[in-house]
Design a protein around this ligand. Structure first.
Ligand code: PLP
Length: 464
């Protein structure tokens, strides 16, 4: 069981009803012992997303796209909830299998696979794979003749955060027929159609076009005596707070009724961003401030924080993410000032927000960024010696009750009971295993008689 080897900061901290992500951030940030940037991940948010998904698109089984956030806890929660997984490489396949997930819950959804990775799919029994070109079919004939192949077609959203069509997907009309004929000649078992309209899709009706195009490929395949039974509608679903999949779901459900009324066709999707974006909130500390005069002589505030575009904010460069900074403290009386926010490295490219209105902030203040769970941590690097933020994982009691006995999760994954904020901070401050502080830590407490007393915090809880 992984639970036996979990370190303290890999476990899920169960919150009481008075506590939420923001109060946890506040507690950790205000210990005075936390300097590094850190995340709080609320796995309840992932559970909530799953509930919405299953009620919005009951026919569409989600296969979570591992590349979006490959944290073991995320994968374990989704495995416990019963999703499948979209893996793109040998290592992603291994990670998912290591949780005890069966190989039939994985789609190897990379249309251009290195040979050794195909061989690995053979060895591990992951037989569902995508393709969009001839050479892949020849490779599969040699290396994995029993694979069940899915042809990926291209249908791009008019607007998306990250289009994928220039790299993957064949034309459903001009290319798919030739590929299917070749597959037939090579004796390859093609079982269905996939597409990806683009990540962060801002064009819901594209799903109808793509599903219609998939129908035409199904129909052509029938003329070659293929018996397709799988439709994979890919990713592209939004996941930030305040977004909704309702409109896409409505379009997908109607298109499935119109084009795929036969319930024997299995429909899957490969959502990444949808499941994890809003589950992760990042807290960054302001460690330096410069004030400069801008062109019209007004004061401009430059804030330097301890995570930047080489770390979590790589999502600004690679994922075209718009990030929003919210001060942790409230400044009710402060007017908003012309400001910019910069990462910690010595590269001028390392700019988080070029132009933003913020109250006047001070050294040691914290800036909070919500919606930081998708395409952030797996891409981050410790460039220039600035560490990748650690993650403090939380869940409320209902989520704990729901998940604690759902394998691969176990009771051992959770830590229950209130804990001192100092203890929280120490877990995520450095890579060393947690140890008792050498000096007692005191906080001022007002006694019953109104006098301030020094109260020594206890570190009694030993979790191993
Ligand atoms: C990245 C990717 C996904 C996930 O896309 P989202 O937009 O994050 O949902 C799904 N399928 C494939 C093949 C991908 O490459």
């Amino acid at each position: 069981m992984r639970a036996d080897t979990l370190s303290l900061d890999e476990r899920v901290h169960v919150l009481d009803s008075q506590t939420n992500v923001w109060t946890v951030i506040d507690q950790i940030a205000n210990t005075g012992m936390q300097e590094e940037a850190f995340y709080v991940c609320d796995i309840g948010n992932i559970v909530h997303k799953h509930k919405i998904w299953t009620s919005a698109m009951p026919r569409v089984k989600p296969f979570y796209a591992v590349k979006c956030n490959d944290s073991l806890t995320v994968l374990e929660v989704l495995a416990a909830l019963g999703t499948g997984f979209d893996c793109a490489s040998k290592a992603e396949i291994n990670k998912v299998l290591s949780l005890g997930v069966q190989s039939n819950r994985i789609i190897f959804a990379n249309p251009a696979k290195p040979n050794s990775h195909i061989k690995h799919a053979v060895a591990t029994g992951v037989d569902l794979m995508t393709f969009d070109n001839e050479t892949e079919l020849y490779k599969v004939k040699d290396l994995y003749p029993d694979a069940r192949m899915v042809i990926r077609i291209r249908q791009d959203a008019t607007v998306s955060q990250c289009p994928l069509g220039m790299k993957f997907g064949c034309n459903a009309i001009t290319e798919a027929p030739q590929l299917l004929k070749l597959a037939r000649e090579l004796g390859i078992n093609v079982v269905g159609v996939s597409f990806h309209v683009g990540s962060g899709c801002k064009d819901p009706p594209v799903f109808r076009k793509a599903i219609a195009a998939a129908r035409s490929v199904f129909d052509y395949a029938k003329t070659l005596d293929f018996n397709f039974n799988l439709l994979d509608i890919g990713g592209g679903f939004p996941g930030d707070f305040g977004t909704s999949i309702d409109r896409i779901a409505e379009i997908v459900n109607a298109a499935l009724d119109d084009y795929f009324p036969d319930p024997s066709v299995d429909v899957i999707a490969e959502p990444g961003r949808y499941y994890v974006s809003s589950a992760y909130t990042l807290a960054c500390n302001i460690h330096s401030i410069r004030t400069v005069n801008n062109k019209n002589g007004d004061k401009h505030y430059m804030y330097y924080i301890n995570d930047g575009v080489y770390g979590s904010f790589n999502c600004i460069l690679y994922d075209h993410q718009k990030v929003v900074a919210q001060p942790l403290k409230e400044y009710p009386d402060s007017d908003l000032k012309s400001s910019s926010v910069w990462g910690p490295t010595c590269d001028a490219l390392d700019e988080v927000l070029p132009n933003v209105l913020l109250p006047e902030l001070h050294l040691g203040d914290w800036l909070i960024f919500e919606n930081m769970g998708a395409y952030t941590l797996p891409v981050a690097s410790p460039f220039n010696g600035f560490p990748i933020p650690k993650v403090h994982i939380v869940a409320n009691e209902n989520v704990w009750l729901l998940l604690k006995d759902l394998l691969p999760l176990t009771e051992g994954h959770f830590i229950i009971g209130s804990r001192s904020p100092e203890r929280l901070a120490m877990e995520i401050t450095d890579g060393e295993p947690w140890s008792l502080p050498t000096m007692p830590i005191t906080i001022p407490v007002r006694g019953k008689d109104g006098k301030i007393e020094e109260h020594v915090l206890e570190f009694v809880e030993m979790c191993q």
